[in-house]
Design a protein around this ligand. Structure first.
Ligand code: IMP
Length: 428
């Protein structure tokens, strides 16, 4: 009998984040044995609506609703233990049983002092990045400075305490005003360490071993991207990026799955753009239509509640995202939100200093000065929520989706989202 081959599917945010990845992961997870979060931390906010209810997840992977699925918080993530504890409590409160969660021993902990540093650094910047203030950047800085604390130490609270003491001693030196806030005092963590250890130590394992055995068994493994390619630390509009790598290479590195196992990369595109925080956004809509879209799409941060900037679909950015990720398939989410819009446009190029630009500039200074050259489309008014096949979509919507697909040559369109529920998906 031939051996079953493993399927490794990377689900990548193809824009600036908030593309609706949670819903797609939840759907695809029905056929998966493992879901892995690979990067970022609780700066992400995934909303999942399924037959069990509506759930907001920040760090726990979106396969958590099925006790048969192993959910892994991978080695490339940064994990705030307080958030994991809270999220586990909420899931239990909402009736989710049989939590099947593993936290990589190599994931790094976000500690309260990182949150303090995040706020302080934002305040000190000439122009704010607009971070989520969840301590993501500072936690990754600690990791790269090699003063970070790995989740593995949750299994040994005494060692954790000792490590934290020496880390805080070092980190205190970075405070310029001589005042030492409580987050930099070892005592601040005494109670927490015991709680973290008690609540989470059992989830902490060597997830490399789990993944290897699942690969050998021929399992289907989903790597759940958080944030989006355009805020990738290396490929995004630096410095207005996050501090991790949400593009496909980052997902492989952060999950711990060797690249040669990757079978498919799926890019998730919202049918329009949104962005939170600072940075260029050539297709941003600043007038009443923008307010309408924001309201209709509930474009307010899952994590921070901040209103998101919204805009027309940016084909230049989409094409760049494809260049970085080489999508096999794409998903267009939230097409229903555009029903009834007064204007429907897609940016096919930019104009920069009177020159035509076909390639997305990652220099934010340039991006800020780009103005889009649009293709116009006819809007539709029909309700899409019960549409089940592409050919039943209004002709205008079909044309619009085909235009989006054209921006990612070679990729196939696999799903179109037409509502929040798991079933509101057109399968192609
Ligand atoms: P940080 O990740 O909290 O450091 O924030 C850096 C930038 O990434 C800010 O512009 C945030 O708004 C943005 N960001 C972080 N996480 C997300 C997300 O899940 N969706 C969208 N934007 C995000």
């Amino acid at each position: 009998m031939s051996k079953k081959s493993p399927q490794v599917i990377a689900v990548v945010g193809a824009q600036w984040g908030d593309e609706g990845k949670g819903k797609i992961i939840d759907y695809l997870a029905q056929d998966a044995q493992v879901v892995v979060r690979a990067q970022g931390g609780d700066n992400a906010g995934h909303t999942v609506v399924n037959n069990l209810g509506t759930f907001k997840l920040n760090i726990i992977p979106s396969g958590i609703f099925n006790p048969e699925i192993i959910n892994i918080i991978g080695p490339g993530t940064v994990v705030n233990p307080n958030t994991v504890i809270k999220e586990l409590e909420n899931l239990k409160k909402q009736g989710i049983k049989g939590i099947n969660l593993q936290i990589s021993q190599n994931a790094h902990l976000i500690l309260d002092y990182h949150l303090y540093q995040d706020a302080l650094q934002e305040a000190q910047r000439e122009k704010e990045i607009g971070t989520t203030k969840k301590g993501i950047g500072p936690a990754y800085i600690s990791k790269f400075k090699r003063v970070g604390i790995r989740a593995g130490l949750l299994k040994d609270p005494k060692r954790l305490k000792k490590a934290l003491d020496s880390v805080l001693k070092l980190e205190k030196q970075s405070l310029s005003n001589g005042k030492i806030p409580p987050e930099f005092q070892p005592d601040f963590y005494s109670k927490s360490i015991n709680l973290w250890s008690k609540s989470l130590a059992n989830y902490v394992v060597d997830t490399q071993i789990t993944l290897k055995s699942q690969i050998d068994k021929g399992s289907t493994i989903l790597i759940e991207g958080a944030q989006g390619t355009l805020i990738d630390l290396d490929y995004g509009t630096y410095p207005y990026t996050t501090s991790s790598n949400p593009s496909v290479n980052g997902l492989l590195l952060g999950s711990g799955i060797p690249a040669s196992y990757l079978t498919k990369t799926i890019g998730i595109f919202k049918s329009y753009q949104s962005r939170v925080g600072s940075g260029g956004m050539p297709t941003e809509i600043k007038d009443n239509l923008g307010d309408w879209l924001r309201k209709k799409g509930h474009e307010y941060g899952t994590t921070t509640g901040r209103p998101r900037r919204v805009g027309f679909f940016d084909g230049v950015a989409a094409n760049y995202s494809h260049l970085i990720n080489n999508f096999d398939e794409i998903v267009i989410t939230r097409l229903d939100i555009l029903t009834g819009t007064k204007k429907l446009k897609l940016a096919k190029a930019y104009k920069y200093k009177s020159k035509l630009l076909n390639h997305f500039p990652t220099d934010d200074h340039i991006l800020e000065d780009c103005s889009p050259i649009y293709a116009d489309f006819h809007p539709w008014k029909e309700d899409l929520s019960n549409v089940k096949s592409f050919h039943d979509l209004p002709k205008q919507a079909q044309k619009y989706c085909q235009a989006i697909l054209k921006t990612v040559p070679g990729a196939k369109l696999s799903f179109i989202g037409v509502g929040p529920e798991r079933e509101s998906l057109i399968t192609l």
